[in-house]
Design a protein around this ligand. Structure first.
Ligand code: UD1
Length: 419
């Protein structure tokens, strides 16, 4: 049964929440558990749809998975090298299984993520990188087939920094014979957390978090216990929620060092931050000032917070411009925000947002993970009732978002969606 979120807006948020473990760090690290036989224990894995999909993927390969408070994987019984279309279509990140399978078994069969052909986006960089390590790639019936019998270190120069391809290459290179050098590597904290986990497993990695990463291949890896870093995107989303409602909240477990570009832009818009003994205090201003933002690879402003930020700027006193340089067509939230009374025009890869006096509640439709969060945030500020349809997108990536917002005093509830 489809569900919607019903929000009665214009209430300033107040209170305390705890940021969950990072979805985007957890996904590759859970997948890396297939690289060594044995029992892995992961802490602070968020309880989300994408994590359930990952558990399904690991089980499909033969692993035993138990996700209670701790996420436990026993990867000893893995006996399958194929990730089916059913799982890859649910979550593009399933493609990360490629590097992990190659590392442990020297072969993999992984469905192509939807709507792309071999050699074209969105996995061309993954495949190019693997080929630099001697992996033979072919395609059959929508599956990418990797033969890595001749896996060895190599030099990989990405055309542009990509998070997923950097992670796939880190895993494949961990047990390749000799040295791998990755240039133009993604520097996101989630890549660093994966490198930290792989290093604890016995991999030899230098430079994670920098443009060039060096990996000395090792013979074999061992199981680990690992705690996932906090979710910087969830944290940023709650900062924006506090800002748009003119609220004052305290956030625990907040990775402020990973949010420098976000907090700078929020500060420019009038938000104030204060480190307290309990966590970071975020205070929204009475009037939001307009700011210009360009999404960029880390440490630049994250594309995953572009949609929530757009919601905030709809009520700024003046005009803001947001340029999206990472993903094309990531402006699906704009048409819905306009339904709430926002004044936004799209000009190529930029959105020009003219602040209005306020938003008015209406039914809106979410169409991806981050824009569903943006619409809920807009609903928190809008006068009257906003209903956000197709909320399953939100459940892919935000752990108990409405419970956390309710804890902060928001009037928000989930209800069945009739059609
Ligand atoms: C990851 C995050 C996602 C975030 C994104 C950018 C996970 C599970 N997801 O996605 O939330 O929005 O980083 O910070 O961690 N591209 C190619 N060819 C490739 C690979 C990527 O053209 O082989 C393009 C993509 O289409 C996109 C851009 O490069 O336009 C960035 O993609 P990438 O950094 O790889 O993002 P993901 O790893 O998919």
């Amino acid at each position: 049964m489809l569900q919607k979120m019903i929000i009665k807006g214009s209430k300033p948020l107040a209170g305390e929440i705890t940021v969950s473990g990072s979805k985007n760090a957890a996904l590759p690290i859970l997948i890396a558990s297939i690289m060594a036989p044995g029992r892995f224990e992961f802490h602070d894995v968020p309880d989300l749809m994408d994590i359930h999909t990952t558990a399904g993927l690991l089980r499909e390969l033969g692993a035993e998975v138990d996700h209670q408070k701790t996420f436990v994987v026993d990867s000893t019984p893995i006996n399958n090298y194929e990730a089916s279309w059913d799982l890859v279509r649910k979550m593009r990140a399933s493609f990360l299984i490629m590097g992990a399978l190659i590392s442990r078994f020297r072969r993999a069969r992984v469905s192509l993520p939807g709507g792309c052909e071999l050699g074209l986006r969105p996995v061309d960089q993954h495949l190019k990188g693997l080929q630099c390590l001697g992996v033979k790639i072919s395609e059959e019936h929508g599956l990418v087939i990797a033969d890595a019998a001749a896996l060895r270190g190599g030099k990989v120069v990405f055309d542009f920094p990509t998070v997923g391809a950097t992670e796939n290459l880190l895993m494949a290179a961990a047990t390749a014979k000799g040295e791998t050098v990755i240039q133009n590597a993604a520097q996101e904290p989630e890549v660093v957390d994966l490198a930290r986990a792989l290093t604890a497993m016995g991999a030899k990695i230098e430079g994670a978090g920098k443009e060039t990463i060096r990996i000395q291949g090792v013979e074999s890896l061992r199981p680990i216990t690992h705690t996932i870093i906090p979710d910087r995107i969830e944290a940023g989303t709650f900062m924006v929620a506090a800002a748009i409602t003119g609220g004052s909240i305290i956030m625990k477990n907040t990775p402020t060092a990973m949010l420098v570009s976000v907090m700078e832009k929020l500060a420019e818009s009038g938000v104030s931050f204060q480190e307290t003994a309990d966590g970071i205090k975020v205070v929204g201003p009475e009037k939001i000032r307009p700011v210009d933002i360009k999404t960029l690879p880390y440490p630049g402003f994250p594309t995953d917070l572009q949609a929530p930020m757009t919601s905030l700027l709809t009520i700024a006193e003046g005009t803001s411009i947001i340029s999206e340089t990472i993903f094309e067509k990531r402006f699906a939230h704009v048409a819905e925000l306009i339904r709430l009374g926002a004044d936004i025009t799209i000009d190529g890869r930029s959105a020009v947002i003219k602040g209005t006096g306020g938003l008015l509640g209406a039914p809106v439709m979410s169409s991806d993970l981050r824009n569903s969060a943006a619409l809920i945030i807009a609903g928190l500020a809008a006068h009257g009732t906003t209903e956000v349809y197709r909320i399953y997108h939100l459940d892919r990536g935000y752990e108990r978002m409405e419970a956390k917002l309710a804890l902060l005093g928001a009037d928000i509830r989930r209800a069945p969606q009739d059609d």
